[in-house]
Write a protein that binds this ligand. Structure first.
Ligand code: SAM
Length: 206
């Protein structure tokens, strides 16, 4: 996403990632794409970030908030408010869990623990957002996309089984297939879905 923003809209991007190996990979890609002047990466826990107020036109939480605890959402939204310029946009893409009690089975709990997911519900998300002072502009449920994306990825993994076994291992292939089968099942069930949220820091303080 960092490269996409730099390449397509000319944005200057600061990417933040917890995992050192992913940061190394991202920096390598940045060099390969000759984008080191436009895209920089920090290896950091986003909950411990500190930027000057009003430093950014836009902030993206791209698939990352599902890994933090529910109590971290409001502080992260408040920080985003603070770091955004007035009128600046927050974009969040992430996993949201269904409001329905039916999905809170032990099997579902085991799955999200294994995946290190800590999803909150749509209404919790909106509550945290409005408490932070950010204004919701748009919220899209992308359940169908999640179902399709899980099915497509599973197809791709299955089609490339020979390459994966040769280049990685049979165990990795089996584990990957089982993860994506489970993902697809929970997506079809509606227990988890991808949402796309767009919010803004109001132009004028209330
Ligand atoms: C689904 S991946 C998305 C990666 C990337 N944003 C992208 O779109 O390709 C979620 C990422 O969030 C990172 N992450 C999880 N908790 C984090 C934290 N507290 N601070 C920074 N990054 C975190 C994980 O290491 C993982 O790489």
């Amino acid at each position: 996403m960092a490269f996409c923003l730099a390449e397509n809209v000319g944005a200057t991007v600061t990417g933040v990632e917890y995992s050192g190996s992913l940061v190394t990979l991202a920096r390598h890609r940045s060099e390969m794409k000759s984008l080191t002047d436009k895209v920089t990466f920090m290896e950091k826990d986003m909950r411990k970030l500190d930027f000057e107020p009003q430093s950014f036109d836009a902030i993206l939480f791209w698939g990352s908030l599902v890994h933090v605890n529910a109590e971290d959402y409001l502080p992260m939204f408040r920080k985003a408010y603070d770091w955004l310029k007035p009128g600046g946009r927050l974009v969040m893409q992430g996993l949201i869990k269904s409001e329905s009690d039916g999905t809170v089975t032990q099997e579902f709990k085991d799955y999200i623990t294994r995946m290190c997911y800590k999803p909150i519900t749509y209404s919790e998300c909106l509550q945290f957002l409005s408490s932070s002072g950010l204004q919701l502009l748009e919220f899209k449920h992308r359940r169908d996309f999640y179902v399709q994306d899980s099915a497509d990825t599973l197809d791709k993994v299955k089609k490339n089984w020979h390459k994966i076994i040769t280049n990685v291992s049979k165990e990795t292939l089996e584990k990957t297939v089982s993860i994506w089968e489970e993902k697809r099942r929970w997506a079809e069930d509606g227990a988890l879905y991808i949402c796309l949220l767009l919010a803004q820091r109001p132009l004028q303080e209330e």
